[in-house]
Design a protein. Structure first.
Length: 278
């Protein structure tokens, strides 16, 4: 029995499953801030306009995991254009704090918009840009092969996603309306995946339990059988890589949103300068 190997396996599962969604949330939050900074004085109007699609998906992410973890939804508002505190949507729920399963659910309900929103983006990609979806699944299979050292993953990520980007941004796609719909919906959903302070506070309540579960499973299996641990952690790692690839899809659309906002801001600035010169 190699306790060092068991501990490394446990740490890797925590990083892959818990760390990945937290990191995605941080990146989305940063991109969201940049997006509205570039939008400038029109940020509220743009926020409301994009929230028509983005906020219902965000709130459904909370609601979905409320149902999964047996929380009682007491009130839900998928979208409201105006409110006293600026809240565009919300889900209120209750649970039994003595119920461990429901307490674990606090984490998933909190980060639900990231997980659920990323899943919706994958579904839309399947429906609207099938070649890009197929290419993404090829990248997922390549990365989840399981026979690589950590240093091997970086060139594999480059290789796998290079094929996806070629299919996603192929010139012929620009001529199809479905690609433009995917781009618009993808940006609206991704930019509203940012977690609010209540979302984060709620997720914290179940964070320790979730970390414990992903850490304990490899340890328990490893104590029983090292061979079984390798099989279990290999399967868990492969599944986590599939999920992380979907998170990258969300980050890509959030980045596109920021890029579009930046380009429009630069164009407006350039036009204003020209007008002032005249």
């Amino acid at each position: 029995m190699d306790f060092g190997q068991i501990l490394v396996a446990a740490l890797m599962q925590v990083l892959f499953w818990v760390g990945a969604v937290i990191l995605t949330g941080v990146i989305i939050a940063c991109l969201n801030t940049l997006f509205y900074r570039f939008v400038g004085t029109k940020s509220h109007a743009v926020c409301v306009a994009t929230a028509v699609i983005g906020t219902p998906i965000h709130e459904l992410g909370h609601a979905f995991f409320c149902l999964v973890f047996a929380h009682k939804i007491t009130e839900i508002k998928l979208f409201q254009a105006s409110s006293d505190d600026g809240t565009l949507g919300y889900v209120t729920h209750s649970y039994n704090p003595k119920n461990i399963y429901q307490k674990i659910g606090q984490f998933f309900i909190g980060v639900g918009p990231i997980i659920f929103g990323s899943g919706i983006l994958l579904l839309l990609l399947f429906l609207l840009v099938r070649p890009a979806f197929t290419s993404l699944t090829v990248a997922m299979k390549l990365l989840s092969g399981g026979a690589y050292n950590m240093s091997d993953y970086f060139p594999l990520i480059g290789k796998g996603f290079a094929g996806f980007f070629r299919k996603m941004f192929a010139v012929e796609n620009f001529k199809t309306w479905t690609w433009w719909v995917m781009l618009l919906l993808g940006c609206m959903i991704a930019i509203h995946m940012r977690l609010s302070k209540p979302d984060i506070e709620g997720a914290k309540l179940g964070l320790i339990l979730v970390i414990a579960i992903f850490a304990i499973v490899p340890i328990i299996v490893g104590v029983i059988s090292m061979k079984a641990m390798r099989v279990v952690t290999g399967a868990m790692t492969s599944a986590a890589i599939y999920v992380m690839c979907v998170y990258l899809l969300a980050i890509m659309f959030a980045m596109i949103s920021v890029l579009v906002a930046l380009v429009i801001r630069l164009l407006i600035t350039a036009i204003n300068k020209l007008l002032h010169r005249k």
